[in-house]
Design a protein around this ligand. Structure first.
Ligand code: FNR
Length: 177
């Protein structure tokens, strides 16, 4: 079994990014297990590096025990969400104990407009490279949720083929990186 820690950067119930993650999970090849990280965390505080909150210990364990990490981010004000950044900051610490180092990573994102979280992903990619992750370069998924998802959150036919292609490339990347 290949295990994937999934970071969805929106906490809202009807998140289109959560729906995107669920669709990629559904379209993934056999043998991949998605484990959704709880990113509803306190704000990062370096004073706590020596005694991390229990939820952060849990998050670091999830990442370290997973074969790869999938980041699914909304775009907030032309960047990725604070939810993602806060979780990354926690799991990258304390100094010398970066849980992400060397892990294969994928990143995708959805917005309700046509641009599909392009700028959020460009900025997030830079952070993941700094964290020494092995980031999948292609294909890119700039997902317009208004056009690509039905009301039930299910990808429509053309999106489904596209997301299936991404899921296969990501699985291959995690297994070979
Ligand atoms: C947005 N949204 C947005 N969309 C976009 O394409 N570019 C942007 O810069 C922003 N900025 C932005 C800021 C804030 C604070 C919010 C709440 C929203 C719209 C965003 O794409 C939309 O709300 C998505 O539905 C958010 O993703 P989830 O929560 O549905 O996963």
């Amino acid at each position: 079994m290949t295990t994937i820690a999934v970071f969805v950067g929106s906490l809202r119930k009807d998140s289109v990014n959560k729906a995107l993650a669920r669709n990629i999970e559904r379209l993934s090849p056999d043998g991949l297990e998605f484990r959704y990280a709880d990113l509803d965390l306190p704000l990062y505080n370096q004073d706590l590096d020596a005694d991390l909150p229990a939820k952060v210990v849990e998050l670091k364990k999830l990442v370290e025990e997973s074969d790869g990490v999938l980041f699914v981010t909304p775009e907030y004000n032309r960047s990725f969400s604070g939810v993602i950044k806060n979780a990354i900051d926690w799991a990258s610490r304390p100094w010398g104990k970066n849980s992400f180092a060397g892990k294969p990573a994928g990143l995708v994102g959805a917005s309700i407009g046509a641009l599909g979280a392009t700028q959020a992903q460009a900025q997030l990619r830079n952070v993941l490279l700094f964290l020494d992750m092995k980031v999948l370069g292609q294909p890119e998924v700039y997902f317009n949720a208004s056009a690509g998802l039905g009301e039930d959150g299910q990808a429509n036919e053309s999106s489904e083929a596209f997301l299936k292609g991404y899921a296969q490339a990501f699985a291959e990347h995690v297994r070979t990186a």
